[in-house]
Design a protein around this ligand. Structure first.
Ligand SMILES: *[C@@H]1O[C@H](CO)[C@@H](O)[C@H](O)[C@H]1NC(C)=O
Length: 150
């Protein structure tokens, strides 16, 4: 029992918690909602998506005049709610047909793999530079040999 618990902790920490930041995890649980009516309160949006899963927060971005941009982000407490929310694409909300897309478009872990490969390239270069002064110091060593009999 304890072993199984430990194993699941290992799987969880290596595949999700360790490789994704808090922000990325929140994005993976969020959907973008477009064509939202300006008069549509966040509470109405929340109720519209409540059938998909528990809504943690509704964010309505505003323009420079503080007016809603006509879109919203809905964050769920579970990633399983996202495919259900996508089914509400083109559903009617406050008299408008809304657009629903997943907020996160890139594959989790891609950034980390890219970062690792650049690290490998970087670590090779300094070692190549480090080798050259070794050859350059050889004549200096010969000079000191010349002075030794004196
Ligand atoms: C939502 O519907 C629009 C219009 O039909 C479509 O172009 C878009 O691909 C759909 N998006 C998703 C995530 O299904």
């Amino acid at each position: 029992m304890l072993f199984v618990k430990y194993l699941s902790f290992l799987i969880c920490s290596s595949s999700t918690s360790a490789s994704l930041t808090v922000r990325e995890q929140a994005d993976s649980r969020s959907v973008y909602v477009g064509n939202v009516d300006y008069g549509c309160a966040s509470e109405i949006i929340k109720q519209h998506f409540m059938s998909c899963g528990k809504v943690i927060r509704v964010t309505i971005p505003a323009n420079e005049f503080g007016l809603p941009k006509g879109c919203a982000y809905v964050e769920f407490d579970n990633i399983d709610a996202v495919p259900k929310a996508l089914l509400l694409n083109e559903s009617e909300l406050h008299g408008r047909k809304i657009k629903v897309c997943a907020k996160r478009t890139n594959i989790p872990g891609m950034k980390k793999i890219r970062g690792r490969s650049t690290y490998v390239l970087r670590s090779r270069r300094p070692s190549a530079v480090y080798c050259r002064p070794g050859y350059g110091s050889a004549p200096r060593f010969g000079r000191s040999m010349r002075y030794r009999p004196y």
